[in-house]
Design a protein around this ligand. Sequence first.
Ligand SMILES: C[S@@+](CC[C@H](N)C(=O)[O-])C[C@H]1O[C@@H](n2cnc3c(N)ncnc32)[C@H](O)[C@@H]1O
Ligand code: SF4
Ligand code: SF4
Length: 264
Amino acid sequence: MNLQKQLEFVITDFCNLNCSLCSQGIPLQKEKKLISLEDLERMAKFIKPFEFQHIKISGGEPTMHPQFSQICGCLRKLFPAYNYYLATNGFMLEKFVNDVKIFDVIILSEYPGRNEKLFEKSVALNLPNLIAQKKEEYKEILDVYEEKNLNETNIYNRCPYAETMKVVQNRIYPCCNLFGQALRQNIPLDKISVVFDENWRENITKLDVDVFCKRCFVKVPSRAQSFIQKSRKKTVSWLIKKNPALANKCNRWIKNLRQKIKNG
Ligand SMILES: C[S@@+](CC[C@H](N)C(=O)[O-])C[C@H]1O[C@@H](n2cnc3c(N)ncnc32)[C@H](O)[C@@H]1O
Ligand code: SF4
Ligand code: SF4
C-alpha cells in the first residue's frame, strides 16, 4: 500500500538565496548540513520499491550539493518510483544539463526580486523536462499569527502538501512543510518527525501533528489547487510571450504526462 504519494529528500540545508518566504526556513537555518550519497544509499534500505509514487530532490538549493551529479546518476536505481522531480532556483542548472535529464520534471522557481536573471538563463537552456514557475503568489502567503487571519486555519487531511513526506538530515516528516514550521515556531523536532530508520512507518503513525498544521504559515488547503492552476496559467502566458516554442513543448509535455498518469 502506498502511504503517501511523494517522498522528498532535502539534500542540502543551504542555498544561494535567502527567501523570507522559504518553506524550508533557510534564513533560519544555522547549520550547513547535507544528505550525502552514502546517506542516500543507506536510506534506500528503508523504502520499498514503489512505496512512493514520486521521488523529489530538493533543498535548500540541491544543485549546490557537492555530489549532485553522482546523486542524479544513481537516484533511479536507489529509489524505484514512477516519477522523479527536482526543485531548483536554477543556480547551477547549466552545469548539470546532462545529469538532470533523469528527472521527469524540473520545477524551476522564480522568486521576484531575487533570481530573475538566473531564472531567464535557466529557461533559455530549453530543457524539455523543465517547468518554470513565477512565484508571485507567494507574496500573498498568510501569516496565521495575525489576528485578522485567525479564521484561516489549515486542515491537515485536506492539504495537498500532506501527500508529501520529507527527509531532512536523518529524520522523516509527515509533510513537506513541517520542518520549516518547526524552525519558525520552535517546535521540538521529535514532536513532528521520527528517525528515518527501519521502524519509521510504525513510529510516524504515533505523531500528532494536527495542532502544528493549524498554525501552518504556507498557503494551503482549499486554495492550493487554484494556486497551482493560477501559477501554471501565469507561467504559460509568460512563456508564450518569451518563448512560444518552449511554451508549446511544455504544454505537450504536460498533456503526455497526464495521459501517462491516467494510463497508470
Ligand atoms: C524550499 S524549495 C527548495 C528548492 C529550491 N531552492 C527552490 O526554491 O525551488 C522547494 C519547493 O518549495 C517551494 N516553496 C518555497 N517556499 C514556499 C512556501 N512558503 N509555500 C509553498 N511552497 C514553497 C518552492 O517554490 C520549491 O518548489
Ligand atoms: S531558493 Fe528555495 S530553498 Fe532557497 S531560500 Fe528560496 S525558497 Fe528557500
Ligand atoms: S497545513 Fe501545513 S503543516 Fe499541515 S500538511 Fe499542509 S503544509 Fe503541512
